[in-house]
Design a protein around this ligand. Sequence first.
Ligand code: PLP
Length: 451
Amino acid sequence: MDQRFAHLSNLAAIDAAHHIHPFSNMQKLNAEGTRIIERGEGVHIWDSTGKQYLDAFAGLWCVNVGYGRSSIAEAAYRQMQELPYYNCFFGTTTPPTTLLAQKIASRAGPKLNHVFFTNSGSEASDTWFRIARVYWKALGHETKTRIIARNNGYHGSTVAGASLGGMTWMHEQGNLPIDGIVHINQPYWYAEGGELSPEDFGLKVARELEEKIIELGEENVAAFVAEPIQGAGGVIIPPETYWPEIKRICAKYQILLVADEVICGFGRLGTWFGHQYYDFEPDLAPIAKGLSSGYLPIGGVLVADRVAEVLRDQVGDFYHGYTYSGHPAAAAAALENLRIIEEEGLVERVRDDIGPYFAEALSSLADHEAVGEVVSVGLMGAVQITADKASRRRYEKPDDIGTAVRNHCVSNGVIVRATGDRMLFSPPLIIARKEVDQAVDTLRNALDWLR
Ligand code: PLP
C-alpha cells in the first residue's frame, strides 16, 4: 500500500473493531475490509487508496447538488458561529428554521404550507404516523388508526418506519410490523404483472387499496402511504393508471394520502416533488435527503392546511419532537442547498435536458440480452436483469446476480446500487452527459461480462 495511506489501513482495522455499520453484514465486512471514502467533488468521490468513482447514486439518493459545495459549508459555518443550536420546542424558533419552512412550502403543492422538522426520513415516518392518528382522534374518529402501506416499500429504519416499510426481511428483525399497519401489493408490473397490460395492472393493484379499506372498514383506516416512485424497493415506477386511481380512492373513503417524498423530493423527477410529477396533492409528505443534499442531517413532514388547522385548532399541545428538530445549522445548509437548486435551475435541467438524455442513454441497454426492462423518470432509473428476456424469467438468486453486476461496475469506477436483480441509478442532478454515458457504458460492460 502507498505509504501516504498507511494510517488508513490502520483505520480499517479500527473500523472492524469498533464500528457497527448500518445495513451491513459484519462478518463479510471484516473479511472484505471497509471501503473508506475520503473526498468528494462534483459527481466524483475518492477512496483511501486514491481510486476515483463516478457516484451515479448520489451517496444514498441524496447529494442532489453534488459534492464540494463550499457555499453550503460556509452557510452552516456562519450559522454555527452566530447560533450553533437552539431548539424549536415550547414556541421558539431560529431564523433559518422558519425561513426554510417557508421556502419548502413555496415549492410544494398549493395546500402543503406547513413543515414539521426532523433529522431524517425515518423520524419523518414516525412523525406523520403520529400526526395522522392525532388528526383523526381530534376530529372525533377515535377508531381511524390503521395505516395501509405497500409490500417492498421503504420508509426508514425506526420501529414505525420499518413497520410501514414492506420489507419482510426487516420485519423479521425485531418482530415487526407493529400493530395497526397492513400492506398491500406494489405496482411492480415487470415481476408481478403476469399477462396484464401495465395499465390494467396499475388499476388492479390500486384497487387493492379499495378492497383493503372495505375489508378493514373505512372508519378504522387513517392513512395510506406510498413513495411516488418506490426507491429502495428497486425504482418501481407505477403504470400511469396507478396514481389517479389511488387519489380517487383516498378521497372517496376519507383516508389521508401520504406521499413519501424522501427520495422523489427536491428535483429528482424533474419536478420539485414527486406528487407534482404524478399530479396529486398529499395530506402529509415526509421529506429528507435532497432537502440538504446530505450536507447535514435534516428531514421533515410537509403538512397540508386541513391537517395543520386541526393540529392548531383542536389538538392543543402536540407532544412530539426531537431535540434537533429544525436545527439552525442544518436549516442554514438546507436553505443554501435549495438556493443552489433554484439558481442553477436544476429541477428544470432534470426535466428538460439531462433527464431526457439519461432516459435515452439508459434505454440503449434495452436490447441487451441480459436486460428485461429499462425504466426512468428524471434522474431516477432502473435496469432489470433477466435470465430470459422473452418470458421475463428471473435468475434463481437475483441478489447474487445484482451484487455481482454492481461489484463489476464499482470496480470499474462507477457506483450504482443493486436491489435484487435491478440496477439502480440516482446520480447528482448536476451530472454531465459524458458522465451519464460513462455510467451506462460501465453497466453495459458488466452485463456483457455476465453473459
Ligand atoms: N423514506 C424513503 C422513501 C427512503 O428512501 C428513506 C431512506 O432511504 C427513508 C424514508 C428513511 O430516511 P432516513 O434514512 O433519512 O432515515
